[in-house]
Design a protein around this ligand. Structure first.
Ligand code: NAP
Length: 516
């Protein structure tokens, strides 16, 4: 079986120790193995700080942007191969795989264009000069300067392509070298991407660690950054690590999220807004088998619409064919890992104790294209609660699978915002309405509880990507349970990898420093 190697200190090396298997989650067939250690991680960090930092420091934003454009082109060139890897190793349908791979290429291209716009600058200006002396001669100017260390990117299993590319794009454009650590279970896509990217980048700019992180954080120091995407429990372990609490390593966390969607009382069942709501909810339940950090988990609809919404969901979900995504006609694949399968089944059982079945019972399914009792399958599940504000199983645990819970309300915008807030901090939440007064009341109260607020309406329906799509131009991250981190958002995405510094001095010197 193929043994995946890490790319560290300028060479591919398989490491040593016990072997961990990567499997096809539909068939459970082994695909590859990785060793669980045996790498000189201090040397890899040293290589990034010496070679990578120096090489990237010689380049302007425009030149680094040109490198990103080359990476985007490489993704396009290997698109079919990457899609096949995602179908085999991630349980993705072809459409799921395209979402991951094309999303990665789009994000690289976005940051390539930003690099071209930022041009020859070395420091990024932040706001206007401020007079701090008696005359305008004595000035202050905030600037962003790249951090002097390595960016460690720890990613979740669900987006091995996009996850690697989105973090890489911001860090490289800011000028920081990267060590990428994909989730082990689905590392094949990330591994292939680094095989493609490494020859296109300066020495030390990109390294790859496959397998467990081991002692990687132990060798980090104050100039370094860790950008983590994954579960809240792992995030808690990282937050308590001495690198973070004692040595001042900057940590960005993207974690669990109980994203909500609310249907406002003005929405007619025959309207475009309702159609958009339905498409978004069903897409989020089933795309990537519900394993999207941005997926809608909690839905609130007006009391008098509950029955109709439940019927519409039943009608849509009945069309889904669950099975091995390598088979024609399959529209939803398995969960990505055996652990995910156990977790999701246990969490559905807990939710079922407090809710009623609307569709899919507790996820039992007979998958197409695989022998009985093979693969990590669960069918789409819709549950309903009569107590949307107090249902503990609904607001306390993210079920990272094709599961959604419906509740109903009288239509009050503030109540709807409070429902969003019960998630304790979301990556994204959505409201569907054509009533501007209702939307205003809702948005003012809900905005502090969510990193992104998607306002679905008839006017934008035809061009909406849906709330589940993280865009490179808008920030991705959320407060509270969602981790409190922030990525992307155009130029804002660079700031994680840069230090804001308040320059104070002669106004003309400050002006020259930012190239104004
Ligand atoms: P996970 O188990 O927390 O793993 C995430 C990453 O952390 C993996 O690369 C994992 O490596 C690594 N890791 C685990 N323990 C570590 C440690 N002690 N030190 C350093 N790294 C460690 O999460 P997952 O199961 O892959 O992903 C599912 C979760 O991620 C869900 O809860 C979901 O909400 C969340 N998620 C959030 C976002 C977002 O943008 N907010 C996006 C996607 C997913 P190994 O694979 O080698 O164990």
């Amino acid at each position: 079986m193929k043994l995946l190697a890490s790319y560290l200190s300028g060479a591919w090396s398989a490491g040593s120790g016990s072997r961990i298997a990567l499997v096809n989650p539909a068939t459970e067939a082994g695909l590859a193995e990785v060793h669980d250690g045996g790498h000189d991680l201090a040397a890899a960090v040293g290589h990034a700080r010496a070679a990578g930092l120096a090489e990237l420091g010689r380049l302007s934003f425009a030149e680094r942007g040109a490198l990103l454009a080359g990476l985007a082109k490489a993704v396009h060139g290997a698109r079919e191969e990457l899609i096949a890897l995602a179908v085999g190793n991630g349980g993705n349908t072809r459409s799921d795989a395209k979402f991951d791979i094309d999303g990665g290429a789009l994000t690289l291209s976005h940051y390539a264009e930003l690099g071209a716009k930022l041009g020859a600058a070395r420091l990024l200006g932040d706001g206007e000069p401020i007079q701090v002396g008696r005359t305008a001669r004595m000035a202050g100017q905030h600037v962003w300067a790249r951090r002097s260390g390595v960016a460690v990117h720890i990613n979740a299993f669900n987006f091995p392509g996009w996850g690697l590319c989105e973090k890489l794009a911001s860090a490289l454009l800011a000028g920081m070298p990267v060590i990428a650590k994909p989730a082990t279970a689905t590392a094949l896509v990330a591994h292939r991407l680094v095989e493609l990217f490494a020859p296109l980048l300066p020495a030390g700019a990109l390294q790859l660690l496959v397998g467990p992180a081991g002692g990687l954080l132990d060798v980090l120091g104050s100039g370094d950054v860790v950008a983590f995407t994954g579960g809240g429990a792992t995030a808690r372990t990282l937050r308590a690590h001495p690198a973070i609490i004692e040595r001042g390593v900057r940590l960005n966390v993207e974690a669990d999220s109980l994203n909500a969607a609310v249907l406002a009382p003005d929405v007619d069942l025959a309207s475009e807004t309702f159609a958009l709501f339905l498409v978004d909810v069903v897409r989020d339940m089933t795309q990537k088998t519900g394993q999207k950090c941005t997926a809608i988990r909690r839905v609130l609809v007006p009391d008098d619409r509950l029955g109709d919404v439940a019927d519409a969901l039943r009608e849509r979900l009945a069309r889904f064919v669950v099975g091995d995504p390598a088979h024609d006609g399959v529209t939803m694949g398995p969960l990505a890992t055996a652990q995910q399968h156990r977790d999701v089944r246990a969490q559905i059982a807990r939710l079922a104790g407090e809710t009623e079945a609307i569709w899919g019972g507790t996820g039992e399914v007979e998958p197409v294209g695989v022998p009985a009792r093979t693969g990590f399958f669960v069918g789409p599940v819709v549950r309903a609660t009569r107590a949307p504000m107090t249902c503990a199983a609904l607001h306390a645990h993210e079920i990272f699978g094709p599961v959604m819970t419906l509740g109903s309300y009288a239509g009050d915008a503030k109540f709807a915002a409070e429902f969003v807030a019960r998630g304790d901090g979301c990556l994204v939440s959505a409201a569907y309405s054509d009533d501007r007064d209702w939307v205003t009341r809702f948005a003012r109260s809900a905005a502090p509880w969510t990193g992104r607020l998607y306002l679905g309406s008839s006017k934008m329906a035809s061009q909406s990507p849906g709330p589940g799509t993280a865009l490179p131009s808008l920030v991705h991250g959320g407060p509270g349970r969602a981790g409190g981190g922030e990525e992307l958002g155009g130029e804002r995405g660079l700031h994680l990898y840069m230090q804001r510094c308040a320059l104070e001095g002669d106004a003309s010197v400050l002006k020259a420093l930012i190239g104004a």
